[in-house]
Design a binder for this molecule. Structure first.
Ligand SMILES: [Zn+2]
Length: 304
């Protein structure tokens, strides 16, 4: 079985990565359903995919990425518009799955798929509703701790005694959860005293804890400060866009229409959700800087 797999991957090195990307696109399609239905407290299983006009969508019009482009973003039944966000989430998820697969050991990559899927959901729900449901903060945090026990390699822990590696990984995960959320709690309290208004929600406190459960405290710290940098750039672009186009809808392409049919604008001075910034910074850290930053913090620790 394993040798057959090795033979196939030697002869056709693109087969497995292509399968992973396809899986990612299909999961992305499911995440679109989760992003739409979880905040509305609707079932993510039934009913099946249906158009805004309530007609069910046939399977051949529901193929990830492909269908949106074939139908040019219009529903076959009533011609209603489908946001570009649907294929965007599918392409994004496919890319994240592939990036995990190419960068990480297989077991860690599978954990990465779950983690990054959670971040994608949290990000788009926060953009739409300015809130992250507990499923993607507390729930994701618990999943992070449990997966750390099952796959200690997530935190670079290996041992001849699996239990030992598990205990070490669980400790790193819990530290990440507690230090991450504790730090945001302090920043939120300080900001509230200085700015005299709520700068960060309690959702962000729980969300950073969840990121820390998967990345350790280093990842949580990087997510907070990386998120602040991304947030600054985001607001600057939104401001420039507003100046140039004269409308306050940047980056509206990524935002779904609200139930009322008008898209919620991001404008300067208005509340900008911090969750998406945390999610982007956390994902970049997880995929590209994990080893690097852990080593850097270790060296810094030796100096002190
Ligand atoms: Zn329709």
């Amino acid at each position: 079985m394993f040798s057959a797999y090795a033979e196939i991957s030697a002869a056709y090195p693109w087969v497995l990565p292509a399968a992973v990307a396809l899986l990612g696109a299909m999961v992305g399609s499911f995440l679109n359903v989760v992003i739409t239905r979880v905040p509305a407290e609707k079932s993510i299983i039934t009913p099946g995919s249906h158009c805004a006009c309530a007609k069910p969508i046939a399977w051949y019009d529901n193929i990830p990425v492909v269908s949106w482009f074939i139908l040019r973003g219009r529903a076959r039944c009533c011609g209603g518009a489908f946001s570009f966000r649907y294929p965007f989430v599918e392409i994004l998820t496919a890319s994240l799955f592939l990036a995990c697969w190419l960068q990480l050991a297989p077991a860690v990559a599978v954990v990465g798929w779950l983690f990054l899927s959670g971040l994608v959901c949290a990000m788009f729900i926060d953009l739409d509703h300015m809130i992250i449901p507990d499923t993607f903060t507390l729930g994701l945090g618990v999943v992070g701790v449990v997966l750390s026990v099952l796959v200690p390699a997530l935190h670079g822990q290996h041992s001849d005694f699996f239990l030992l590696a598990s205990i070490r990984a669980a400790t790193i995960s819990l530290q990440g959860l507690l230090i991450g959320s504790g730090l945001v709690l302090w920043i939120a309290l300080l900001a509230e005293i200085i700015l005299k208004k709520e700068a960060m929600g309690f959702g962000d406190v729980k969300f950073v804890g969840a990121i820390g459960a998967f990345t350790g405290w280093q990842g949580a710290v990087i997510a907070i400060f990386g998120g602040a940098v991304i947030g600054t750039i985001w607001v600057a672009i939104a401001w420039l866009w507003q100046k140039i186009v004269g409308r306050s809808t940047a980056p509206a392409a990524l935002k779904a229409e609200t139930a009322e049919g008008e898209s919620t604008a991001i404008s300067l001075g208005a509340q900008v959700p911090f969750g998406p910034m945390l999610a982007i910074a956390g994902a970049i850290y997880f995929l590209f800087f994990r080893g690097l930053v852990t080593e850097w913090f270790a060296q810094f620790g030796e100096l002190v």
